[in-house]
Design a protein around this ligand. Sequence first.
Ligand code: PDD
Length: 280
Amino acid sequence: MVYLNGKYIEKDKAFVSVMDRGFLFGDSVYEVIPVYKGNIFCIKPHLDRLGESLKAINIPNPHTFEQWNAILQQLIDYHPQYNNQSIYLQVTRGCDTDRKHTYDKLKPTVYVQSSPFEVVRKEDFLKGVSAITRDDIRWSQCNTKVTSLLANIMYAQEAKQNNVEDVILCRDNIVTECSSSNIFIVKNGCVYTHPKGPHILPGITREVVLECANYCGINIEEVPTSKEDLFDADEVWVSSSTREVLPITKIDDVLINQGQAGELWSLVYDRFQVEKSLNV
Ligand code: PDD
């Protein structure tokens, strides 16, 4: 079952008009939210970020927090067979009578779906995963979670073709984030990550990872780091709602930490699992 504009229907019966601006222009925003054993993880930060994204592109938020929560809970309840779920939520500016770049007041289209979600098992990541680096060609409003993701999907496809987990993006030699995750560089016991701002998505998982690192007594610096710092790192991690926190142990054929997940990653991963069980 999926949710579309107030109704729960079968996915293959869910259609939107060709006049929807989400279809015509990618004029819409989205969220991806993990659900662990029926409990929505970090619902407030996700819905707050949705509100910020809507505000940034001038779409009125169609629902209150309580209404969103009720919509998501009901969708989750339709899928008791899923141990964990990943919710995809999209709000478009709505449908107009013809295609034009400008818009008037429209009724937003709201679509929500839920998919089964496999939790990352620690033992599967002890050797880490690989990544490649590319120049960050995206626009300068990456902090808004818009569905216009052409650059991101091209990077993702390149990652797939190169058999790596993700693409690490560098803007003017500064490591920003990955095509669908945030990035952390560990050096001499300190974890560095790009500061929030227009060049990265303020990841919800990024915040949880920083809380976990702080809990574990690891120093944190939210400052820009260079591509040279990346290759010189003791450990590199990436985080997202679908990946939790993963160690990257090979970047463009260069091994990080001799190709093994690091000790600090292990501590943060374990704490992350505790946070999940507390955040219900
Ligand atoms: N992507 N940076 C980018 C560019 C992302 O697309 C994502 C998430 C993140 C991590 O954000 P969060 O921790 O809130 O999931 C960072 C989602 C999962 C997606 O597009 O499917």
